[in-house]
Design a protein around this ligand. Structure first.
Ligand code: HEC
Ligand code: HEC
Length: 359
């Protein structure tokens, strides 16, 4: 006689289907409704901060005890930022990939450097605007500040392709520049470390202010009702768990994606060429870059001016900011936003656009 008991495989299938569907069955909590005053107080209490308005405030926010800011040093750094002598064939400067009036990046999916060489990891140029506010630099957070960072692109074979010695030899031939360095650093020769320091000092002044800062400073009408709803979602749903501080990011290194979904593994099963690390990636993996320690750990990007710096993610693989917000809500929060919510968050992100402050 046949038993009518369920086969263990069937039971396992039913239970695992239930577990997989569980996240979709729990209704998501509605966002709170805050007055302008409450929203501002909430924002400030979770360490969202306006950018400095004056030189004095700037010093308080970004001065580096190992590289004190001064007007002369900043001016010198600005010159070097635009100096093509820092690249082997004298065709590239820092601004080639970090165009200051276009969001501080190059708007390309991946960077193109010396003789058209593309970044070997298909890495997208992040913005230099506000990057001095970060605690870690680069997509994997491997440099601790803008001074250390500035040594990287000059030497990378696929960027400016120079050695520190070659830079020193070139610049020391320029007696006017040598005199300027002497005034700032008090040495009779230009050394590479001081080139990094001067550029870093200039980068520390590349902070932007916009509608968001106006709102945080007390102007209720600086941002729209939709942006306020977006900001409320950003705070209450937990984007601020990672994107926080003056730069709205840059302060920590975090896992991405944080959550995995069964559907993402289907691609892996169907394509034997993919590695286990490719599959949970919510979109195509270009450049096989897995962040710090190859652990899918990435420096949390700074979100100021984000709506001007498409395409997105370390590999520049997503063009549409709405899709980025959807991916973030699904994979980082486990709470996929609907169309309305995405629209509001994008309106909020637009308020993070700003102009470079003339300190
Ligand atoms: C060929 C294009 C290219 C050039 C030239 C270039 N960069 Fe970059 N920059 C990039 C890319 C790509 C990254 C990300 C690399 C990574 O994370 O490994 C980057 C990262 C940075 C960052 C880190 C930003 C952050 O928030 O993490 C700063 C700051 C920066 N560059 C400044 C400079 C300076 C200063 C110069 C000139 C000395 C320069 N760059 C020259 C492409 C370029
Ligand atoms: C657990 C940490 C974490 C949370 C929570 C989080 N993010 Fe992110 N976010 C990241 C990391 C890490 C990246 C970089 C991923 C990469 O490039 O591979 C990123 C990237 C982004 C980018 C693209 C940045 C760029 O320069 O390309 C945007 C926009 C963004 N997040 C917005 C949001 C929004 C909106 C929320 C809330 C819905 C959110 N994030 C929640 C960690 C987080």
């Amino acid at each position: 006689m046949k038993k009518f008991l369920l086969h263990p495989v069937t039971i396992t299938a039913i239970v695992s289907t239930f577990i997989l569907l569980l996240p979709y069955m729990v209704p998501t909590k509605a966002a709170p409704v805050w007055s302008d005053k409450e929203l501002r107080a909430k924002a400030l209490s979770v360490n969202l901060r306006p950018n400095p308005k004056t030189y004095k405030e700037l010093l308080k926010a970004v001065d580096n005890p190992q590289n004190r800011l001064s007007r002369e040093k900043i001016a010198l750094g600005k010159k070097l930022f635009f100096d093509t002598r820092l690249s082997r064939d004298k065709t590239l400067n820092c601004a080639s990939c970090h165009i200051l009036n276009e969001g501080g990046d190059d708007n390309r999916p991946t960077a193109i450097g010396f003789h058209g060489r593309i970044n070997p990891h298909h890495l997208n140029s992040p913005t230099v605007l506000n990057s001095a506010l970060a605690k870690y630099e680069f997509w994997d957070g491997r440099a601790k500040d803008v001074e250390e960072q500035a040594g990287g692109p000059v030497q990378a074979p696929f960027e400016m392709n120079m050695t520190p010695k070659e830079v020193e030899a070139r610049l020391n031939k320029d007696s006017a520049l040598k005199a300027e360095f002497n005034k700032v650093f008090g040495k009779d020769k230009i050394v590479f470390g001081d080139v990094q320091k001067a550029i870093g000092a200039y980068e520390r002044t590349l902070l932007t202010r916009g509608a968001y800062d106006e709102f945080l400073d007390g102007n209720n009408s600086a941002i729209s009702a939709s942006a306020k709803r977006g900001m409320t979602l950003f705070i209450s749903k937990g984007c601020i768990g990672c994107h926080v501080g003056m730069g709205v990011g840059g302060l920590s290194i975090q896992k991405f994606p944080l959550r995995y979904y069964f559907s993402d593994y289907l691609g892996l099963v169907l394509n034997p060429k993919l590695s286990i690390k490719d599959s949970p990636y919510p979109f195509k993996n270009l450049g096989h870059f897995y962040g710090k320690g190859d652990m899918q750990l990435f420096r949390v990007p700074i979100l100021r001016n984000i709506t001007k710096t498409a395409p997105y993610f370390h590999n520049g693989s997503v063009k549409d900011i709405k899709e980025v917000v959807r991916i973030m809500s699904k994979y980082q929060l486990g709470d996929e936003f609907n169309k309305e919510q995405i629209k509001d968050v994008v309106e909020f992100l637009k308020t993070l656009e700003g102009k470079i402050v003339e300190y």
